[in-house]
Every structure is written in C-alpha cells, then in structure tokens.
Design a protein around this ligand. Sequence first.
Ligand code: FAD
Ligand code: SIN
Length: 517
Amino acid sequence: MIETHYLVIGSGIAGLTFSVKIAEKFPDRKVVIVTKASEDESNTKYAQGGVAVVLNKEKDSFKKHIKDTLIAGDGLCDEEVVKMVVEEGPDRLEELLIWGANFDVNATGEFDLGKEGGHSEYRVVHHKDITGYEIEHALLKRVHQLKNISILPHHFAIDLVTNHHIKEIKSDKISCFGAYIFNQKTGNIFTIKANATLLASGGIGCVYGHTTNPVIATGDGIAMAYRAKAAIKDMEFVQFHPTALYEAKGESSFLISEAVRGFGAYLRNKTGHRFMLDYDERAELASRDIVSQSIDNELKKSGDSHVYLDCTHLDMSAFKHHFPNIYNKCLEHHINIETDWIPVVPASHYLCGGIVVDKNGETTIANLFACGECTRTGLHGANRLASNSLLEALVYAHNIYKFHSAHHYKAANVIIPDWNDEGTTIAKEHILIQHNLKQLQALMRDYVGIVRSNKRLKRAINHLDLIYNEVEDLYKESKITTSLCELRNMINVAHLIIKQSLERTENKGGYFNIDNV
Ligand code: FAD
Ligand code: SIN
C-alpha cells in the first residue's frame, strides 16, 4: 500500500495542473499521479485549436466570451460558473507561460488569436495545430522538476475505495479513501490510500467506435464515481465534432480542427453546394451542435457517407504555417489540401456532462474531487463552446488547489482491505471482450448518435442490458485486465448516456430527439 496526501488519477491538463500547483505550494505534501498509459497519453495531447481566452481587450471582452458560451450552451449553462471561468482565463494562461508553454505570436509580437465555431471574436490562443501537445509537455516537464510528485505510468485505477469497502464505518455519508490500482506491467493490484483523491480521468469518446479521442478515453473516472454513488449529470450531451477525417476503411479519428473553418474553409456536399448557408447565418462558424446536426441531415438526405471541407481557396503558405500537422496528415492520406477537398464526417468528441462538482471541484462524495472533462461544472450546458475545455480544466485545477490551500485534509484512521480476487482465473476467451466492445460501440453509433428517438433509445437500453450481464459475469470470474475494466466502465457510461437521454423531454444544444420535436 502507498499512502499519500493527494492521489491524482490522470495525467492530462487537469491532473497535471493541480499536481504542479499543490506540489509547488506545499513541498512537504506528497502527490501521487497514476495514469493508465504512457505519462503524456491523454485527450489533452491531441488538442489542436487552442485555449479560448480574452486577451485583445480593444475588440473582445469578457462579456462577449460569456455571451458566446451561454449561446452555445443553449440556456443550460450556469451563468455564474461561465463568468468565473471566462474571467480567470488570462491569469491561468499566464501560469502556463511561466511553466514554459509557448503560443504563437504575430509579427507585432502579440498572441496570434484564432477563431472557432460559436466565437464572435478571435480569441483562441494556440501553438500551431498542436496546442495540446505543447501544454502537456510543458506541464510534464514541471512535474518532473518537483520532488514531491511521483508519477506512475501504466497504472490503472480500478475502483475508488469508499465506506462500502470498510466494514467498521457506519456513517451514511460516503467518503473516499483512495483507490485500488492495477500495475499493468506486473499484474499486481495494490491500494493507494489518500487524504484526498482527484479524478482527472478525461472523456468517454471510445464508447462510440468513431471518435476523435485516443484509446484511453473510456470514461473510467465517471464509471468509478457512479459505482461509488456520486451524482452524475448531463450525460445526454455528447458533443460530436463536425469534421473528423473520413476514411472508407476503419474508424479514423484524426481531427480537422474547427480552427480550419475559422481560417475560412467551406463545407460542401458532393455536388459542391456550400450547404451550411442553408442552416445558419453563421454558416461554417455556427456552433458545433448545429454544424454536426446539419451534416447529419445532409448525409441522411443524400445517403452519402461524408461531406467535404474545401480549403482550396485559402492562402496555402499561411495555411501550412498555421496547420502543419493537419496538412501533413492529409498528405499521408493522399489528400493534397491545395487541390483536393478533405472528406469529413462528424465523430464523438467531448462529453459536456459528467461527475457533478461545485466551484471547488468537490463531488458529492467526501474527500473526492474531480476536474477536467470527466466533470459537469455547469460551464458547457447543452453544448460546449470550442476551446473552452482546456480553459475549464485550468480554472478548476486552480480552484481545487486554492481549496486545498485553505483546508488541510488529514489521513483517515481506517484500515483498507486488500483487493480480493479470490476465485477468479485468467480469462481464456479474451476475444469475448472484443466482441462485446464492438457490440457496445455499434449500438451507441446506431441508436444513440447525433439524432435520437425514444424507440432507438429503448432498443439501445435493452441491447445494453444483455451486454452488461455477459460482461459482469466475465468480470466476477476473471482476473483483472485493462480491457475488461475499460469495457465494464464504458458499459456504465453508455447506460448513463441512454438513461439520461430518455429522461430529457426537450431538445437542447447537442441533444436532438425526433420525438421531442
Ligand atoms: P485527459 O487529457 O483526457 O487526461 C485523462 C488522463 O486520465 C489520461 O492521462 C488517461 O490516461 C488517464 N486515465 C483515464 N482513466 C484512467 C484510469 N482508470 N486509471 C489511470 N489513469 C486513467 N479542447 C479545447 O479546449 N481546445 C482544443 O483545441 C481541443 N482540441 C481537441 C482535439 C482533440 C482531437 C480532442 C480529442 C479533444 C480536444 N479538446 C480540445 C478537448 C480537450 O482536449 C479535453 O477535453 C481535455 O484535454 C481533457 O483534459 P483532462 O485532463 O480532463 O483529460
Ligand atoms: C478543434 O480544434 O476543432 C477542437 C477544439 C475543441 O474541441 O475545443
């Protein structure tokens, strides 16, 4: 068993920012970060567009950014949270600069601000089209300089330790005492006992087969919190990014940043028609929910598998300067952006809901905090404004840090039992996990996509029940593997998405059910 002041689950922007801040301030407090893949693998690493921050006060203002966020969220944002996050943006960006992250500047030395869907002004700070990679590596560099942080890559958090595991606790109030951790290299399972635990475990994209997210995005933190009985909300608001690169074979997930549309690219159907003008006066720069729903409608009308992003009219040398990664990735796929339209299709991208937290990142479970994409803060409402996610993670990591600066959590006087896997054996039929995963992803794609109906959702929940029972049986009899735990977590997350979709009777933002029209 390891004992620590802070257990942080996840090494994306949320987990690393909190860790750096608290470790810098309290050199005598120990932080342990567990992360299930290599230390930089995360959604953060793939962020392209950038961080939305109001910097150009002549043209832009907090008021405008707040208004854009509220419009995108379609009436369901918490206005106070929006104000707080937007107004803290410049200070949080300053800290990233201190930690060594670089952002592009223009000829006059000012930040080169980009624009994305739903933004009324240029306000997205970026590092080429690899902003997330730049931030992730700046944070990791700082983490390695701090002696009181240990980072454990290839360590998978299986479940939170709560009252449920500790017989002598009689209280009804659920508290968290750390987590059971699986060392993916050795196969050992051990306990990390923590005074406070932070879930910073990211998104859920992989619940849908076709996603912009890397394979780590399996909703583990949300599932763990749900099993521990934390409040989870707004799960129906899955955000589909309008422009993932379409590939005839496989389920490509490479993103063509919304910043490319901010740079002037057009969406066209196969006849060449610039169809977004038919749907919204902001055309390609309407908010993401509207663009994805419009593409979905075009595809249903035509029976086509994809639409196109046309960049051929743009200044190519400026394009290559801004988007070198996208340009080269397209070339690898034999698409020359100078002459060819890019085939694109919507893909699951971001979850607006998640673990309910207050402004201090406190969940409904004592000693358990959450930050980043796994949370529901109230910032995004029914649809997240582009580039508000990295900002949200920075602001909430700071708030949680401030909270812990004012409240010193002591070690709980409890004895945590070891992980018990008596009676389990090594699963012989690993292929069954793969089959169940494919079934799960197919049902989410077919029945719980951009446009839903009550009939499809009910069918989805029935099919999911079968998969759930099969996987629970397998889980009870098998030794832990990462893929089995991830599948179990994705089933929990899918259940929450479907159930909360069925509960929603009004279409808002990213949620569209034909029976609510
Ligand atoms: P992540 O960065 O996903 O980190 C989660 C961490 O938790 C990972 O290290 C993971 O390995 C670990 N983890 C998960 N489960 C476990 C477990 N069971 N045990 C141990 N470790 C675990 N947002 C913007 O604001 N601007 C953008 O330009 C932008 N572009 C994007 C482009 C792409 C392609 C994608 C996928 C997302 C983009 N987003 C963008 C969204 C944004 O990147 C994410 O919402 C944000 O990075 C999430 O940060 P996080 O720290 O919460 O989670
Ligand atoms: C993008 O670059 O299009 C992604 C931005 C985001 O998800 O906020």
